[in-house]
Design a protein around this ligand. Structure first.
Ligand SMILES: NC(=O)c1ccc[n+]([C@@H]2O[C@H](COP(=O)([O-])OP(=O)(O)OC[C@H]3O[C@@H](n4cnc5c(N)ncnc54)[C@H](OP(=O)(O)O)[C@@H]3O)[C@@H](O)[C@H]2O)c1
Length: 311
């Protein structure tokens, strides 16, 4: 199959590796220095737990023209980066698109693509369960168990499931389908903003964050408030277990958070506060609509934003 991975960062790089190893013709859309690194050195990934380094050859493009056709396009980037590429995707002749990453506005993005497309678009939303970071040299450090993506469309059945299955047929990678992907994505935002704020307010020093009892406890309250906002807004919390756990076992949740911040690989999971801020902002209308009191959420957001603005 002819596949495009649009966005050559941490998660897009691992996805491209999986698809190359699955026997497909894979092109990556990369910008500037990243494009050069891929062309010169190939796609270099250090698989942290697997203790191996892989190098793959990929085709590299720097722009997507309207005539370039692909069987599937995976767009893998930060939530706040998606809007700039939606017009380019809409103008392109390919029909099957998977938007991969945190997403608070799946319906908005789908509507944009449907309204502006030159050919009918079939859009699926995904979240790849891996993490890592990109080194200055371009080498990706990839943190994962087995490769896995959670996937779902916004209207019931995935319209191009056979194509997706074919793309991963010979790859060691699991596709997990989710019926209510919008609810899954919204539920996922809650722990993401809380945990990233804890790390951000500690300057990325996770050992320091692990000792910040007050902040860790606040993060648990923030998650409780965020999940309650979603629940009151009519969303199903998916998966339900984190919500149940923090409500029932607060002390255990605190210990689990403390432990997580001590894990050696936790520091290898990269985040960007610009994305977290966009995700925080996406919750404002939901909070207003639900009328749930969110004092801990508001305080954490205010402190993290103040730090961001001061940088
Ligand atoms: N990294 C992690 O540990 C991790 C873990 C769990 C979830 N996630 C989530 O997964 C999603 C993707 O994260 P990531 O870490 O892979 O992000 P990333 O490393 O920042 O990669 C995004 C890539 O998209 C490219 N890009 C952005 N805007 C573009 C545009 N307009 N045109 C072309 N390319 C563009 C960036 O280009 P440049 O190279 O030029 O910047 C970058 O290479 C995010 O929602 C993130 O929160 C990440």
């Amino acid at each position: 199959m002819k596949l495009l991975v649009y966005g050559a960062g941490v998660l897009g790089s691992y996805l491209a590796h999986v698809l190359v190893r699955g026997g497909h013709e894979v092109t990556m859309l990369a910008r500037g220095k990243r494009a050069q690194q891929l062309q010169t050195d190939g796609l270099v990934i250090r698989h942290y737990f697997q203790r191996k380094t892989t190098v793959d050859e990929v085709n590299v493009i720097q722009t997507l023209s309207s005539e370039d056709g692909y069987d599937l396009i995976f767009v893998v980037m930060k939530y706040n980066d998606f809007p700039s590429v939606l017009p380019i995707l809409a103008a392109n002749q390919s029909s099957h698109i998977v938007l991969v990453g945190n997403n608070a506005d799946a319906y908005g993005m789908l509507n944009f693509l449907n309204e502006h497309c030159v050919v009918p678009k079939h859009v699926v939303f995904g979240f790849q369960l891996s993490g890592g970071l990109r080194e200055e040299s371009g080498r990706i450090i990839c943190i994962r168990g087995g490769g896995q993506m959670i996937l779902g469309s916004l209207g019931g059945e995935i319209p191009f499931k056979p194509l997706l299955e074919q793309a991963f047929q010979h790859a060691s990678y699991k596709l997990t389908y989710q019926n209510d992907m919008d609810a899954w994505l919204k539920s996922h935002i809650v722990p993401i903003v809380a945990l990233n704020s804890v790390s951000y307010l500690n300057g990325g020093d996770l050992k320091k964050a692990a000792k910040d009892k007050k902040l860790l406890k606040q993060a648990i309250s923030v998650m409780d408030e965020g999940f309650t906002v979603l629940e009151k807004s009519g969303y199903t919390i998916i998966p339900a277990s984190p919500f149940t756990f923090i409500r029932k076992y607060r002390r255990l949740a605190y210990l689990a958070l403390k432990l997580y911040h001590h894990l050696p690989f936790a520091k290898w999971v990269d985040g960007s506060f610009a994305e977290i801020l966009a995700l925080y902002d996406s919750f404002e209308p939901l909070k207003d609509q639900s009328t749930v009191a969110t004092p801990q959420w508001d305080d954490l957001k205010k402190r993290a934003v103040a730090r961001f603005m001061g940088e």
